[in-house]
Design a binder for this molecule. Sequence first.
Ligand code: ADP
Ligand code: TRP
Length: 333
Amino acid sequence: MTKEITVSGVRPTGRQHLGNYFGAVLNFVKMQELFDGYFFVADYHSLTTHPKAADLQANVKQIVIEYLACGLDPNKCTLYLQSDLPQVPELYLIFNMFAYLGELEREATFKEKVRDQPNNVNAGLLTYPVLMAVDIVIHKAAKVPVGKDQQQHLEMTRDYAKRFNSLYNCNYFPEPEAFNFGGNLVSIPSLDGEGKMSKSKGEQTCIYLSDEPDAIRKKIMRAVSDSGPTAPNSAKPQIIQNLFSLMDLVSTKDTVQVFDEKYNNCTIRYGDMKKQLAEDMVLFLAPIREKIKELSSNDKLLAQIIGDGGNKARQSAAQTIKDVREIVGIKNF
Ligand code: ADP
Ligand code: TRP
């Protein structure tokens, strides 16, 4: 039986954090067992912010190492770099014809970037969702493991796939869905209590997969909290809920329950809760951190994995481009 296809990627914009892990990579690891998985490093996507070449190169390597350290297995899935598929920019050009300016301008991440970086609102940023759609449809994927922040991009991907199918009167591209094994897409909160954990928000707001135990302890002890509940069984404010959400990820159910009860009877001491959370986090991340260190000096292995993955991904992409050229009417003589 042929397996369903899944595709996803992470931008090489820095070390990966807990959000990347629980929103994306943990799902990739589970999906490689059941799906035909294509997991890549979205290096073209990171060019929108004009990184230095040496930084980009180091970050690409870091993402590949972290994929492997988290448990992606090149014998079970295809690991590659987005820029190793020349078919991606070709299909991106074609898909730009179905992407309308008004929709692109209304997209939430684009509006956020316009606000945050008004001096660099480039066309690559505007058409970012088109390139992302192409990453997905180039392998005709059905499921896309991503965090909650990518939901709108997935809706746009479905729109482009539908428009292509409808314009060319074919049923060529599946309409892919965002996916998380837990059922709902997740958003891991930032340690500063504002929004999601993100590589672009800075060192102190993220727990990175490669963080040393002391760095983890310091960051968690500094995470924002408040002076504690004043009435029994009161609703948790967002910043306190965030601490409980992090605890849910890495601590045992019993531990969470103990602190939940203390919260409800107003005896909670956030210092104690954070200490417990920090120790559980250190333990949880230890095997990944060790594996990252182990892989960091094995350039030969990384090159081989990415080389083989590129070959496999190009085969799949080449078939799609061949079909698309024919459907669209761009045919070689
Ligand atoms: P970042 O926003 O930190 O730069 P990326 O944009 O490269 O990370 O995201 C890679 C993947 O990780 C995407 O699937 C994205 O949805 C997911 N992701 C990023 N941050 C979080 C988060 N805080 N919670 C859940 N998923 C996240
Ligand atoms: N846009 C995604 C992010 O910022 C990264 C990405 C690029 C991606 N292409 C993709 C994710 C294709 C899933 C599928 O997180």
